[in-house]
Design a protein around this ligand. Sequence first.
Ligand SMILES: [Ca+2]
Length: 291
Amino acid sequence: MGLNIRFTPPPSSLLRAKSMIRWKKERLFLVAVILLSAALALLGWGYYKVSQLEHELASLKSQYNLLQDNYNELEGRYGKVWTEQPVTSAESEQSLTVPYTSISEGKIIWVWKDMDGNLQKWVMPMDSYRSWINTPKPHKTVALQRNGDIYTMLDYRPYVHPDEFSGVIPSLYQQGSGGREFVQEAFNLVSQLTVYSEDIGEVPRWPIETLTEGRGDCEDLTILLASLLKAAPHHYKLSFVYIDSDNPTEPQYPDHVIIAVEDEDWRVFIECSSDEGWKFYHYIKGWFFEL
Ligand SMILES: [Ca+2]
């Protein structure tokens, strides 16, 4: 009996099913590869973004620290004078006699009597003073002419800095009648808290420097008074006037400086270096430099 082997082809439906399964596997594999690639790409992008943000954060921190340093420096330099009122009874009764300047807990304190007899108290950070004394001094000059001669003098106008007093002068101004009386009030402050003291050499001082050290010569006291008046809420026309101290109405050569204060209907020439208190000239002849 002969062997009769017959190959029976699988039914076409089975082949189709196998083919379909293979196709689906390939598709799934492809989708998995795409998803994996996308996930890796996303991870890489995320890592890149995180690194970028970390870099930006470090940069911002660095900028912040720089700004903070600048702020601290400026705060020290431009820390303004402020008012502390009322002056406590303990302060007014302490052994220090008014007027006085004291240093306590990193602050400079000035106490004096205004023209009505009220105690006034100003305070400023010590660092502001330290910053000012480390600030380079301007060395601009002005040329003064007289009978064909030219005298070169330091220009004191760049030394006038009213901003330091913008937090205290307006209230002091409002407490009085203002106008001409306030000029005398500002002079009263200068004469109580400073004394005339000659310099070794001719070195102008910043207004805060003069007020803190409580002394100065003619240009220092004049610069301080000018700064106080400039901080007033009223506009005074101010000029530094270089004069001949021996011949104030007929100058030969300049050796002194005073301040001219003008308003609509009055003008006064104030001598800040006098030890006789409030002293002024009605008329003077000199070299004027308006502030
Ligand atoms: Ca001086």
